[in-house]
Ligand binder design. Structure first.
Ligand code: C2O
Length: 544
């Protein structure tokens, strides 16, 4: 195994998109940021130098960080942010993970532009569980804002404006042909007739889930979230923020140019901007006749509210059965609601504005709107025994049971703000049912758990029924993931073993929801001895 050393300098740099230039927070001047490419078993040492004017920290999304929460990154959860002028070195090892992950800023909305791919190849000499593709391409799906995303954040938090306030969707940082002033820079991916390539599709959007398709071509899903899957052939990929999908693509069509395109997926209730980002798949042998328009073929994308297609895609993803150690018994049976609330207030910070920053939207889980501490990180406070930073009274079930997906009364829109954690014993077998609520909107919340991946054993629409639904759970080939949607107006059931001690954030990966409190955190206690305990913090861990 190798150790890879990198320096990431966080800095503002003028970036031009859609005819406008503005200062953008970048890593090493790059947008999107640098790609990290390693092998399973390798270690990474990434020295982050903050030369920007904002506090920042970086998260290595999907890396398990066993016993090492100090390298996980969410600001005020596992570390204090790196202040302007400060540095911090993230050190971690990849343990039994292969596939595609990514890294991103985990402070306010800085991940809008501070993100990049993290590619984990198999160990030297160990093959993919499919024939080796001729080439590999990374497709980072993102969003571009004409304004500084940090200003957009403030606006969206207060007004309760639709989460989709970006000005373009992007592929590898480029909006593509259909947007103004963008066609020169449209991304192009070369392919040779007959060959098969691997596309690593990364959901690095800030607030939107997307449908992705390639004209006239099918894709075969072979992995998600750095875990292999049973090969599954599809015309369209639905991907949420935080998720990754690896697909094989075979150049089996007449040599020509074909669009790859992505546009918003969400429910009818949530507004969207009806724009589409594109890149071009170019057959190398495509005929190029003079004077003839070479407009690529355009793919069919499902409708913006095509929940059936989105659900069918997600449900089609299964583990290769041999890899599943089914968790059939559970010690912790948790039921968490995930939803938005909208306070009845008109001015920020007025008494009825109960959002985490005096805002109008108060997203919550089990009626608690998660508030980040300001003076310490939760993990540091826990490790050093500093009192008053958090409590461990996060409720295992909603304090009030109601018809979660029905017509919810306004009285249930006003959650309690708090930094509440739920304590888990080392090694406990955990089930969580994550239930969307139809307070304000019905939405698919892509829920992410730090420090863990989990088996998705069941999902459905409406209210989860604890008597009948578990009978249909899949213990044979449930997919292993780190981010999974609740379904709009539905639920998802996940299972994992709490074998990673530390403080681990659980949240909706739509930043508009995260920053208004759609989060909670687990405090997983140490087990026996050093091998089941959190390692000591590094000397350069930032303080607040
Ligand atoms: Cu990808 Cu808490 O994040």
């Amino acid at each position: 195994a190798e150790t890879h050393y990198h320096q990431f300098v966080i800095q503002a740099k003028p970036v031009k998109r859609l005819c406008r230039t503005h200062n953008t927070i970048t890593v090493n001047g790059q947008f999107p940021g640098p790609t990290l490419e390693v092998r399973n078993g390798d270690s990474l040492v990434i020295r982050v130098v903050n030369s920007a004017q904002y506090n920042i920290s970086l998260h290595w999304h999907g890396i398990r960080q066993l016993r090492n929460p100090w390298a996980d990154g969410p600001s005020y959860v596992t570390q204090c942010p790196i202040q302007p002028g400060g540095t911090y070195t993230y050190r971690f090892t990849i343990i039994n993970q292969e596939g595609t992950l990514w890294w991103h800023a985990h402070t306010n909305w800085l991940r809008a532009t501070v993100y990049g791919a993290l590619i984990i190849h198999p160990k030297l000499g160990s093959p993919y569980p499919f024939s080796t593709p001729k080439r590999e391409y990374t497709i980072l799906l993102g969003e571009w804002f004409d304004r500084n995303p940090m200003d957009v954040l403030k606006l969206a938090q207060f007004t309760g404006a639709a989460p989709n306030v970006s000005d373009a969707f992007t592929i590898n940082g480029q909006p593509g042909d259909l947007y103004r002033c963008s066609s020169q820079e449209t991304k192009r991916f070369a392919i040779e007739s007959g060959e098969t390539v691997l596309l690593r599709i990364i959901g690095s959007m800030l607030n939107q889930e997307l449908f992705f398709a390639i004209a006239n071509h099918k894709m075969t899903v072979v992995g998600v979230d750095a875990a292999y899957t049973k090969p599954f052939t599809t015309n369209v990929v639905m991907i949420g923020p935080g998720q990754t999908t690896n697909v094989l693509l075979t150049a089996d069509q007449p040599p020509a140019h074909y669009y790859m395109a992505a546009h918003a997926y969400n429910t009818a209730n949530a507004p969207f901007d009806n724009t589409t980002t594109t890149a071009i798949l170019e057959y190398k042998s495509a005929p190029c006749k003079k004077g003839q328009s070479s407009r690529p073929v355009f793919p069919q994308l499902p409708g913006y509210n095509d929940t059936a297609t989105a659900t069918a895609f997600t449900a089609g993803i299964k583990s290769p059965a041999s890899q599943v150690k089914a968790i059939t018994d559970i010690d912790e049976n948790l039921f968490f609601t995930a939803g938005l609330g909208l306070n009845n207030c008109t001015r920020p910070n007025s008494p009825r504005c109960q959002g985490p920053n005096g805002t109008r939207i108060t997203a919550s889980m089990n009626n608690v709107s998660f508030v980040l501490p300001r003076t310490n990180s939760i993990m540091q406070a826990y490790y050093q025994g500093v009192p008053g930073v958090f409590t461990t009274d996060f409720p295992p079930v909603p304090p009030v049971q109601f018809d979660y997906t029905g017509n919810v009364s306004r009285g249930l829109w006003q959650p309690i703000p708090g930094t509440k954690l739920y304590k888990l014993k080392y090694g406990s077998r955990v089930q969580i049912v994550l239930q969307d609520t139809s307070i304000v909107t019905t939405e698919d919340h892509p829920m992410h758990i730090h420090g863990y991946h989990f088996y998705v054993v069941g999902s459905g629409f409406g209210n989860f029924n604890p008597r009948t639904d578990p009978a249909n759970f899949n213990f044979v080939d449930p997919p292993l993931r780190n981010t999974i949607g609740t379904n709009p107006g539905g639920w998802v059931a996940i299972r994992f073993v709490a074998d990673n001690p530390g403080v681990w954030l659980v949240h909706c990966h739509i930043d508009a929801h995260l920053s208004t409190g759609l989060a909670m955190a687990f405090l997983v206690e140490n087990g026996f001895g050093e091998s089941q305990s959190v390692i000591p913090p590094p000397a350069d861990l930032p303080t607040c």
